[in-house]
Write a protein that binds this ligand. Structure first.
Ligand code: MG
Ligand code: MG
Length: 250
């Protein structure tokens, strides 16, 4: 069942979203060649905890860190490690969640490490554009399929693949709630969008087919053909005033 939020619930989610967005921004500012993904995770955990919130991912289904940090062909759910050192030309995806007063924020972004290839930069740009085209569809009485269709059309039109095995989702008192928000779909199909909905829209776009496989660590998802992958996510609320990006702080 889709849990709609009232104004006071969305006000709390705005705080959870702000803390989430700030943590992502701070980690992004620390990215440079030579930095470990564990260092970025430490920054995120510290910011969330000093803000009076709790890292949503830490311990979620046994996940061992506060952020998922995935490099290059890793799509999502990468485990931060002191042994994973960023190198010039990498793209790094940081996915963060913070829980404040019982409500979650969820946001991800793909960052360049130093100078990246033209193709990598195009992938990152198109993925962000997919997100914004997706959320343009969010209005009362639109359907969840409208979002996915817009995302997929833009990615495929640019020659990239859409990861279909993992999807966006409702977010609120649980990190993952109904409805699923796939990055593909048919216009006019799927759950009806209405005021009070809070969802994480999160295109995962890659070079190649979009097929993925999981590493033996039980978490890290990589592209099946080894192509680069990008991810962009915000927690989005539809209020009486329109669409609001709860996790956007920059
Ligand atoms: Mg996320
Ligand atoms: Mg999410």
């Amino acid at each position: 069942m889709i849990q709609l939020k009232n104004k006071s619930q969305i006000a709390i989610m705005r705080e959870a979203g702000r803390i989430t967005g700030e943590a992502l921004l701070l980690a992004g500012e620390a990215i440079k060649p030579g930095v470990s993904t564990k260092h970025l995770d430490d920054i995120i955990r510290h910011h969330i905890e000093r803000s009076g919130a709790v890292p949503s991912f830490l311990g979620y289904a046994g996940f061992p860190a506060s952020a998922c940090i995935s490099v290059n062909n890793q799509v999502i759910h990468g485990i931060p490690s002191k042994n994973t050192i960023l190198t010039e030309g990498d793209i790094v995806k940081i996915d963060v969640g913070a829980c404040y007063k019982g409500y979650h924020g969820d946001s991800a972004k793909t960052f360049p490490v130093g100078k990246i290839s033209r193709q990598a930069s195009e992938l990152v740009r198109i993925t962000e554009e997919c997100f914004y085209l997706g959320i343009e569809q969010i209005k009362p009485d639109a359907r969840i399929g409208d979002i996915g269709h817009a995302v997929e059309a833009h990615a495929v039109g640019a020659g990239f693949g859409v990861v279909k095995k993992y999807v966006g989702h409702g977010v609120g008192q649980h990190l993952h709630e109904s409805p699923d928000v796939p990055n593909y779909g048919t216009p006019g199909r799927g759950a009806r969008i209405c005021v009070g909905m809070t969802i994480a829209v999160e295109p995962m776009i890659c070079i190649g087919s979009g097929d993925v496989t999981e590493l033996s660590d039980g978490w890290t998802v990589i592209t099946a053909e080894g192509g680069l992958s990008a991810h962009y996510e915000h927690t989005v609320a539809l209020t009486e005033n329109g669409v609001e990006l709860l996790t956007k702080v920059d």
